[in-house]
Design a protein around this ligand. Structure first.
Ligand code: NDP
Length: 299
């Protein structure tokens, strides 16, 4: 069997197109322009790239982008004061604090200081609880992107056996909650799981969010399984001066021989994350203004 490729790049472009259309409608009918504020503390190069990319895509879909770049030594009090200001600013519908934060800042405290209705990353304890109890929540962007790809592939996920590998608060746990909400039978595997290959082999859906290059092999998979590879790992460079290749947590070559469908890395889940951030900002804007939520862009 040779798996079909789930094209996350193309799907993300579709999502951005839907967001842009709805943003234009909000402007024309209601005079509302959604706004996303991104807060970056310090100069971590990877974070700077993400923040730039988020700002660019925010503007491209017609939203307002507010970037706040703070010095690496910013105090917790100053960061909390900025978040407080953004919480009450009516032009700001979504607030994202780029993680990781410098060590002297308490991440939980900072995230939980964001107004839950503006928490477009879905990391606030109140949104985590709402997702777990089946209430309307802001849902973390990467798992939301995976869910959209799976819904698009299957239509209904009801009754599917799903295995999520990884139990982080950012990906694994919310992913499991979302699959459960769509009536999958969900198993969460992690570093202490026994006979992980046998666990994975039972699954119709495998979501790998581990951070270990090419860990999941083709012979771990049930023939026809649908594989969503969240991992982003850079291999050692093969030539001097060159950059190493980007690979996922799944060994693509062997998995593609067995799976029914698979996301590539790059070009799979990655582009969906920012697209879902924009979708979440739109959803937050609709909710705060008492308008209908955009169809197909929420969990
Ligand atoms: P974390 O490091 O927070 O979590 C990794 C999880 O994998 C943990 O639950 C850990 O288990 C589990 N794990 C580690 N080793 C093994 C193993 N040998 N067997 C089974 N499970 C194992 O990572 P994240 O969830 O933040 O990210 C996962 C991957 O996804 C990374 O590659 C990251 O770069 C990528 N990522 C991609 C995004 C995108 O936009 N595409 C966004 C976010 C992340 P335990 O809890 O027992 O330690």
């Amino acid at each position: 069997m040779s798996a079909s490729v789930i094209d996350g790049k193309a799907f993300a472009a579709e999502v951005r197109g839907k967001v842009a259309a709805k943003v234009s409608e909000l402007k024309d009918k209601h005079g509302i322009v959604p706004g996303l504020a991104v807060v970056l503390v310090g100069e971590d190069p990877a974070s700077q790239v993400y923040v730039r990319s988020k700002g660019k895509q925010t503007v491209e879909v017609g939203m307002q982008s507010f970037e706040h770049k703070l010095d690496v030594g910013t105090s917790e009090a100053d960061l909390l004061a900025l978040i407080d200001k953004l919480n009450t600013d009516p032009a700001v519908n979504g607030i994202l604090v780029q993680l990781p934060l410098p060590k002297h800042l308490n991440e939980d405290l900072v995230i939980n200081s964001i107004a839950p209705e503006k928490d477009v990353d879905g990391f606030h304890i109140s949104n985590v609880g709402r997702l777990a109890t089946g209430q309307k929540a802001m849902v973390p962007c990467t798992p939301l992107g995976c869910l959209m790809l799976l819904r698009d592939h299957f239509g209904s996920l009801s009754g599917k056996d799903a295995v999520v590998i990884g139990r982080s608060n950012i990906v694994g746990k919310p992913m499991a909650q979302l699959l459960l909400r769509d009536s999958c039978t969900v198993t969460v595997a992690h570093s202490r799981t026994k006979d992980i290959e046998d666990v994975v082999r039972r699954a119709d859906i495998v979501v790998a969010a581990v951070g270990r290059a090419e860990m999941v092999k083709g012979d771990w998979l049930k023939p026809g399984a649908v594989v969503i590879d969240v991992g982003i790992n850079r291999l050692e460079p093969t030539e001097e001066g060159g950059k190493g290749r980007l690979v996922g947590d799944v060994d693509y070559a062997s998995a593609a021989e067995v799976a029914g469908a698979i996301t590539p890395v790059p070009g799979g889940v990655g582009p969906m994350t920012i697209a879902c951030l924009l979708a979440n900002t739109l959803t937050a804007t609709c909710r705060v203004n008492g308008l209908a939520e955009p169809e197909g862009l929420t969990a």
